[in-house]
Design a binder for this molecule. Structure first.
Ligand SMILES: *Cc1c(COP(=O)(O)O)cnc(C)c1O
Length: 368
């Protein structure tokens, strides 16, 4: 196996789920596993959650849902992404639930299912303020009524998405919840059962109990990572992912010796430079050139020079390393740790982007 690889601790994933369930009074959970389960490996993680009794899975693409079905997952799977009508037959074929985003899509789905004599399992998507997809809350009454009138539409849920829930102080979330509940009240007014109401992403789960409703849709917190580096850590979640490597090459350099493409770093003194066989071709941000750090022997070692596609260099000051020495790029070593949140801060992005960029070139190894 490659010396650079991802290790996922399944026991930590289980503990995180327990903490989240406790926090939401054991409400149902839809585990969100889009983008390769936030880099943790879609299929293995989905099977773990199925074992742990989560109620359903959420993915972004029909393709992700199909991979899960082919791997033997029988839980309900909801496809979140904006779906074009030509994707509907495939969703139906693989028993995937999907968001209905518009009147047009509702009508098309009804027509298609009528000709096939099938029933689509859908969630009606209301835009309560995210401004991405869905019928805006003001028009939701007639949308819901049309869905109820459609004979081949099985309304499993009605849902919306929060735009600002990672900030507990932001009033926007309360406005969105109110708007959503107002829209959803149409079911009751029409005298029919209300389907599953859901709006809570990780931020909602953490900071807005009013958003928990009938089922929650956490993604990033399942993996022990907070949505933003600045988020208040109200649950003892632990990161499940470690990114490891090994020193592949080590050299001592004299003063005035420069490192990597563009020669952007030059030694002032005699220095000890280790090479790590990992790069932006694996999803490690090139932006961390001359900015990031890794752990070797429990010490932080700064990246020097540009991160290359498959390798980068770190400065070990005066300490000589040997090839084969363990390197922690994300995770813990000797009581020290580098978190995804910290890397996101260095890279001026959010933890989501760091995790989901870790690509298929890195083998995934599962422990516990
Ligand atoms: C990604 C996503 C989630 C999960 O978001 P997190 O912030 O990772 O919890 C929930 N719902 C929808 C519709 C999403 O697209």
């Amino acid at each position: 196996m490659r010396p650079s690889f991802i290790e996922v601790d399944l026991n930590i994933l289980q503990q995180n789920l327990m903490l989240i369930r406790e926090h939401i009074d054991n409400r149902p959970v839809m585990a969100v596993l889009k983008s390769n389960a936030y880099g943790h490996g879609l299929v293995r993680v989905a099977h773990l959650y199925e074992q742990l009794g989560v109620n359903s899975l959420g993915v972004a693409l029909p393709e992700e849902g199909i991979i899960l079905r082919k791997s033997g997952i029988s839980l309900p799977i909801l496809v979140f992404g904006g779906i074009l009508k030509e994707q509907i037959p495939e969703l139906m074929e693989w028993d995937l639930e999907f968001f209905v985003l518009s009147f047009e899509m509702l009508n098309y789905t009804e027509k298609f299912c009528k000709t096939q004599n099938q029933f689509a399992k859908v969630h009606l998507k209301i835009d309560s303020g995210m401004g991405r997809i869905g019928v805006i809350a003001e028009n939701s009454k007639s949308f819901i009524a049309s869905a109820l009138d459609s004979d081949h539409i099985n309304i499993k849920g009605v849902c919306s998405h929060l735009a600002c829930a990672d900030d507990p102080e932001d009033p926007m979330t309360h406005e969105q919840i109110d708007r959503f509940l107002e829209a959803v009240s149409v079911f009751e007014k029409l005298g029919v059962n209300t389907p599953l109401r859901h709006i809570a992403n990780s931020g909602g789960v953490l900071y807005f109990p009013q958003s928990h409703l009938d089922i929650v849709r956490p993604g990033i917190i399942l993996f022990g990572v907070y949505p933003e580096p600045a988020c208040r850590r109200i649950l003892e979640l632990k990161p499940a992912l470690t990114l490891k490597s090994k020193v592949s090459f080590h050299k001592s350099i004299p003063p005035g010796f420069s490192i990597s493409y563009g020669a952007t770093w030059t030694s002032k003194n005699t220095s000890e430079i280790s090479t790590i066989p990992l790069g932006y071709g694996d999803g490690y941000p090139r932006y961390l050139s001359n900015r990031g750090e890794v752990l070797i022997n429990g010490k932080r070692r700064p990246i020097v020079g540009k991160v290359c596609m498959d390798q980068f260099m770190v400065n070990c000051k005066y300490e000589n390393q040997k090839a084969g020495e363990e390197v922690i790029v994300i995770g813990e070593q000797c009581g020290q740790s580098i978190t995804v949140e910290e890397i996101a801060k260095w890279a001026e992005t959010i933890p989501y982007e760091i995790l989901t960029n870790l690509n298929e070139r890195l083998p995934r190894n599962y422990i516990n």
